[in-house]
Design a protein around this ligand. Sequence first.
Ligand code: FAD
Length: 351
Amino acid sequence: MRMATETGVAIGESEWEVKVPAKKLKNKLHFENLKAVVMDTGLCSRCLTCVSICPSGLIVTAEDNVDFPDYEERCLDCGACVRVCPRYDYKPLSGLGDYIEFIAGQSKRFKGQDGAMATELIVSAIDMGMIDRGLFVDRDERWMTGIFHVQDAEQLGVLTLGGTKYTFANVLPELKKAVMFTKRGVGVVGTPCMVSGIRKLQQEFPVFRERVKLVVGLFCTENFHYEEVSRYLQEKGVDFSKLVKTDITKGKFIATMTDEEVKFKVKELEEILPGGCNVCTDFTAVESDASVGSVGSAKGFSTVVVRAENAKKVINYIREKRTAEFGEAKPEELDFLIGHKKKREENIKRD
Ligand SMILES: Cc1cc2nc3c(=O)[nH]c(=O)nc-3n(C[C@H](O)[C@H](O)[C@H](O)COP(=O)(O)OP(=O)(O)OC[C@H]3O[C@@H](n4cnc5c(N)ncnc54)[C@H](O)[C@@H]3O)c2cc1C
């Protein structure tokens, strides 16, 4: 149900209902402001927080970019998109952020990109009753992303659920659905820009504050538009029907197929680097409850940065159930990529 009210727009019914005060900016439609400040300037990270909250449901991802066709006639002018966009009034984040523990982990029951600790955190949070579903980025045979609601460990038999897809994924529009369906709470894994979008949603709308119970952020240097990166990979000889893993490590993009490996310098992808990644300085997802990445720990392990009490409880549960092994991680090994993202953004500002 959707209705315009004097104070804004109400979305849905009963406990889902949220009211958005209609605060006018610059005497333009709110979406027009968002477009001028974020999309037209190349700041948009395609986190899709705006898509997830727009009560008209008409902000879309057209050819991988965020757009609102016919917004002049169809925008309800409620202002929700502006209020949740992490790039509107952008304050770049950086560094390691605050943490309680900085550790390496390897799940004993799941296989993943590194130590499968992103998966282990979400599934353990389900097992201990903190949440009843976690959102995972799945892929099809062409490596196009889709979102899957994991509700128990057995579903992790879908082998395409773990691992990194270096293309944008529609996690946040799906988060809105997960929040509507959940009984206990939702867990979500996302890139730093998505984590910032979730924090904005939680700041603005109590329903997200109450129901999103675990936010796992991934370390991230960059991500890519599907069409552009898949065209590039095909030109490099990658056969998607045989592709089993993609990774960026030590400055190299590595596509592992069933019978061969294609490897090239990630710098070559600079020409297709999205503007929204170019201006991002948050490598470690500083606003997450726990961050997980590759760099900082031994091969086969994930680096886990435990930042908040809810994530600490999950880690304690994993220790108690012995479903993962833990070891030492080295924060100083993240310095290079944290610095790289800062320098990249400074160069953009200078140009
Ligand atoms: C675009 C991108 C860039 C990254 N860059 C770096 C980097 O520069 N340095 C580094 O150390 N680590 C980076 N990572 C993180 C790293 O690749 C692993 O995801 C991380 O170490 C977790 O590994 P795991 O084995 O614990 O995860 P797994 O247990 O295998 O789980 C992987 C999780 O990642 C999620 N996921 C996969 N693709 C996407 C996507 N496109 N968007 C949102 N979520 C996704 C899945 O839903 C799943 O929950 C990046 C991740 C992404 C998605």
